[in-house]
Structure formats: C-alpha cells, structure tokens
Design a protein around this ligand. Sequence first.
Ligand SMILES: [Fe+2]
Length: 138
Amino acid sequence: MRKMNWSPECKTGFDEIDSQHRLLFAISNELLDIENPVRQQDEIKYLLHHLLDYTTIHFKTEEEYFQKHNYPSYKEHKQRHEEILLEIKNTIKNSKSMTELKNNLDTMLDKWIKIHVLIEDKKFSTWAESKNIIQKQS
Ligand SMILES: [Fe+2]
C-alpha cells in the first residue's frame, strides 16, 4: 500500500506544525496499512475518529499561526481546511461498505495530505520566509 513518507521537503519550518504533520502521516499510514477492511472495521473506525479529531486540532493550530502573523491568504487557506474536513466526513458518510470506505480513504488520504502539506502549507512557509518570520528552509 502507498505509504506516506516524511521527507525534508515536507518541512514548513514551524516546529509545531511539522510535528503535527508527522502525526497526521502516521495516522494515515495506519489506515493505509489496513489489509482486511471487513475484519478490521473496529480499527478503521478508531483510526478515523482520531484522524478527524487530530485534523481539526491541526487546522486550528495552523489558523492561529496565520492570524498571529497576519498571513494574507488566511481566508482561502481556512476555507480549504473546511473543505477537507467536509470531504473526510462525506467519504465516511457516503461509503456503502467497509471495503468501499477503505478504497475511498486510500485515494483521498494520499491526495489531500500530500497536497495540504506539500503545496498549501508550503505557500505559508515560503511567505513566512520572505517576511523573515522563519529561516529559509532547505
Ligand atoms: Fe497542515
């Protein structure tokens, strides 16, 4: 199964955000590792509960950083956070079986976490570098 590997290019330069991203990768990898969605449905439910809770906490943390530093793209980024949370909830709601849920999660997790970390949060990181809020990331 596709594994989400942490690499230096994932770093935003904000330690708290980076460590939360690592944990999000870890929870997602646990979900991606599930081999038998029917037999492991309790595990899927448990992990999804954590994923939703932790993603909500993570987005709040990021939004606090955006506000603290007057990030000009705050509104758009916050809107993306809301869309992602809705997408996870809809995936859970609209999947008709555990196997379908697992397949949908595999596609969605891989996509949204990578886009979120490598593209959207990188924009904040690059902006913060340009304002000397953080040091230039390698
Ligand atoms: Fe993030």
